[in-house]
Design a protein around this ligand. Structure first.
Ligand code: THU
Length: 138
C-alpha cells in the first residue's frame, strides 16, 4: 500500500470516529486514529463534560482505548481531524500521551494533522522535542 493510501485510510478512520464526538459545549468535534505496526487501527473522539475542564480530547480517548486493548508501542502513524478549515494539531497534553505510547516501542510516528480540506504531516518528535518519557525517570 502506498504512503498516500495509508494516509487517506487513516484520515478517513479519524473522520468516521469524529461522528461519535460528544462536543455540545465547544461544538468542535475531533476524531483521531492510531495505526500500529500490526496493522491495527484504534480510533477515538473527544468527549466533553458540563464541567468543562474535564473534557477529553480525541487523541487521549484513542490512546486510552489502545492501551486497554493491550497495545504497548508499535505506534507508526496518527491522524487527527477537527471541525475547522485549518488542520488540527494535537494539544500539548495529547502530544505527551502519544509520546509515552510510541516510546514504549521506540517509534517516532508520523502525525497527520487534518481538516476536511487538507492534511499536513509532522513527526511526533518535531511536535514534542526533548520529550519527558519513561526513560527520564532514571
Ligand atoms: N480537542 C481534541 O480533541 N484534540 C486536540 O488535540 C485539540 C482539542 C478537543 C477538546 C475540546 O473538546 C474541543 O476540541 C475544543 O477544544
Amino acid at each position: 500500500m502506498s504512503d498516500d493510501s495509508n494516509r487517506d485510510e487513516l484520515v478517513i478512520a479519524a473522520r468516521r470516529a469524529r461522528e461519535n464526538a460528544y462536543a455540545p459545549y465547544s461544538d468542535f468535534a475531533v476524531g483521531a486514529a492510531l495505526r500500529f505496526a500490526d496493522g491495527t487501527v484504534v480510533t477515538g473522539a473527544n468527549v466533553e463534560n458540563a464541567s468543562y475542564g474535564l473534557s477529553l480530547c480525541a487523541e487521549a480517548a484513542a490512546v486510552v482505548r489502545a492501551m486497554n486493548e493491550g497495545h504497548r508501542g508499535g505506534l507508526e502513524e496518527v491522524a487527527v481531524i477537527g471541525s475547522g478549515a485549518d488542520p488540527v494539531t494535537p494539544c500539548g497534553r495529547c502530544r505527551q500521551l502519544l509520546f509515552e505510547l510510541a516510546d514504549l516501542g521506540g517509534t517516532d510516528p508520523v502525525v497527520w494533522c487534518a481538516s476536511d480540506e487538507e492534511a499536513v504531516s509532522a513527526r511526533l518528535s518535531d511536535l514534542l522535542p526533548r520529550a519527558f518519557g519513561p526513560g527520564s525517570l532514571g
